[in-house]
Design a protein around this ligand. Structure first.
Ligand code: NCD
Length: 306
């Protein structure tokens, strides 16, 4: 039985197969409408979510399966003190697969050790968010036609942003990837990403504070929100929250074929005037998220169309 806890749980070839499957689902959705008939997905969300939970639910429903679960820790037995290990043993009796989001780093990994059904990490604290990464890779591959040979700018809260950590982990496996890490000094990527992922894989990267200066080099600009819920104090958050605002004048500095991605939700970091720019693909990214999650559920449940 397989789980998806870290983006590295799948090899680059397996990720390619998964994205090929997601593309086929996009082209021929009817072919997949009943592959999960009779199967249940449990969504265990101990932290707020709109896209991730609903995209998992939509994905399972599109495959003919059904969904059970909870959307906040207060409405689960966690509020009575139940451990994640116990909860997953119970859920294993009710469902065939589960997606878990938790504020504590490592919680989905702990769950996977006690689970008799596949566990998908739907975001663990400030650590990883592998299914957002599948979504991001799928978006880049579909709209750029490749995943290597490009300069990727990651901008905003690179310290607490789990989507950034997972994306860096996944992209270093492709040829010719360079990163421009754009953040205030206080929100730079954690040391374990810099040392164990970037340095260890000899990946070219620069750390800069100016988005304007970075703009002309970028093939991909991945914007992120400042992660308010992970700050120790509100004053710090308020000082940082509007550190970058992508607007039309900044977009004018970018390449004609650059793509702007964002895992969403957006707060202030992308001005709404950018939404109409054809390079802004963050709403299309959401749609790719459903196809890759369909492909992921099928892969972990080992189901295929007849
Ligand atoms: C991201 C997350 O939860 O980490 N959201 C998402 O799943 N699309 C990004 C964020 O909350 O900023």
């Amino acid at each position: 039985m397989r789980h998806l806890i870290s983006p590295l749980d799948f090899s680059a070839e397996e990720l390619d197969q998964l994205m090929d499957l997601a593309s086929d689902i996009e082209q021929n959705p009817k072919k997949y409408a009943h592959v999960c008939d009779g199967k249940k997905l449990a969504t265990l969300f101990y932290e707020p979510s709109t896209r991730t939970r609903l995209s998992f639910e939509a994905a399972m429903l599109n495959l003919g399966g059904s969904v059970i679960g909870f959307a906040s820790a207060d409405s689960s037995s966690a509020s009575k003190g139940e451990s994640v290990s116990d909860t997953i043993r119970i859920i294993s009796c009710y469902a065939d697969i589960c997606a878990m989001r938790h504020p504590k780093e490592g919680a989905p990994l702990v769950a996977s050790l006690k689970s008799s059904i596949p566990v998908i990490n739907a975001g663990d604290g400030g650590h990883q968010h592998p299914t957002q990464t599948l979504t991001d890779l799928m978006t880049i591959r579909s709209l750029k036609g490749r995943l290597g040979n490009m300069t990727v700018g990651l901008c905003g809260d690179l310290k607490f942003g789990r989507t950034v950590h997972s994306l860096i982990n996944a992209l270093v496996r492709y040829e010719g990837i360079r990163f421009v890490l754009i953040s205030p000094r206080e929100l730079r990527v954690p040391d374990y990403i810099r040392d164990n992922v970037l340095e260890a894989n000899h990946i070219p990267y620069t750390e800069v504070e100016s988005l304007d200066q970075a703009m002309p080099q970028l093939d991909i600009l991945y914007m992120t929100r400042v992660q308010r819920e992970r700050f120790f104090n509100e004053e710090e958050y308020i000082r940082m929250k509007d550190c970058y605002i992508l607007d039309k004048s900044k977009m004018a500095l970018g390449k004609k074929d650059m793509l702007v991605l964002h895992p969403l939700p957006r707060v202030n970091e992308i001005s709404v005037e950018v939404d109409d720019d054809p390079r802004a693909v963050y709403f299309r990214q959401v749609q790719y998220g459903v196809y890759v999650r369909m492909a992921l559920i099928m892969t972990l449940l080992e189901v295929a169309p007849c």
